[in-house]
Design a protein around this ligand. Sequence first.
Ligand code: CP3
Length: 348
Amino acid sequence: MSGRERFLSACRYQPVDRPPVWMMRQAGRYLPEYRALKTEHSFLEMVRSPALSTEVTMQPIRRYGFDAAIIFSDILVVPEALGQGYGFRESKGVDMQFAVRSSADLQKLSAEGADERLDYVYGALASTKKELRGAQALIGFGGSPWTLAAYMVEGGSSGDGSIIRAMAARGDAVLEQLLSMLSGVLAKYFRRQIDAGADAIQIFDSWAAWCDDYERWSLRWVREVIAELKPEVPVIFFARGRNREAAALASTGARVLSLDWATPLSEVRRALGPGIALQGNLDPACLEEDPASAAAAARRVLDDMAGQSGHIFNLGHGIRPAARPESVGAVVDTVQNYRHEQSRSAAG
Ligand code: CP3
């Protein structure tokens, strides 16, 4: 069974020999080969170059043999294509060029042509697809309308989302128009990612926890976007901080829920019943520990879901720069050997 088949079968809740494994932010600052490339090119340069994006996407595949490759890109390329560029702060976080809070600000954005301005993403997917030769699944991605809107109205990384929360609380029309525009652009963006070779799409609602009326301000828009996509291409939905509302998350039409580490996956499974796949949910902090401790933590996640269909092993959030490459390796080995070790112990 290839990694691609293993991953897609698990997404569809079909039996697999062992859980497929990949990790959010599997390309990134924890890898020396990524840091070496970054001494020559900026992050945005690498994102905008199909050749460099392919190279960075392949680095963790070569090192660890994950079952799926997530394209090296960023959720903020979509606001940028709408006319709101961004950059990275000296300290942690991002700054948008301006904030979108009024009708006049909305006028500065243009959905027309946004799709063509994102051609480099489709180029990167097509080139990575070739390089993978069907051995691994290729995952495209984007932010949810709500999470992108949060960066756009806050004007960058924000501690508490106070501006978007206030806009939502008063039923702000500008926010409503922005979400509607983003939903249309994202539907087209994901369709073109699929045409370029993406086997699955992950939608990141990283700031889901800031949303009080979650159905009105986030889920309904995610549902609209998913309805525009081919049903045979699985959508993975990551709504950080909302594990306990899994049934509502599933109502978007996503085939896979990606969960943070706040709740054991088995608990979500009991609440939800069978049929939908669950992805997760190792605490990324475990990767900063020694390999044996990281492997033991991975085994606890595996044991929690042992014998169940529809589990994709992943982290509860992205890999952090301080992750130890050898501990990432120990976690991957643990997942890849899981079935063998189980049958060994079953045989005595
Ligand atoms: O998972 C992968 O390997 C694919 C690539 C990927 C990146 N960003 C690359 C990246 C993915 C899936 C993302 C998604 C993303 N980008 C999200 C949603 C997921 C999440 O983390 O909740 C968000 C909110 C962003 C926006 C963004 N990009 C932020 C907030 C930052 C961090 C800024 C900081 O100072 O830490 C980034 C930078 C970023 N995106 C890096 C990578 C590898 C690090 C860039 C570097 O310094 O080299």
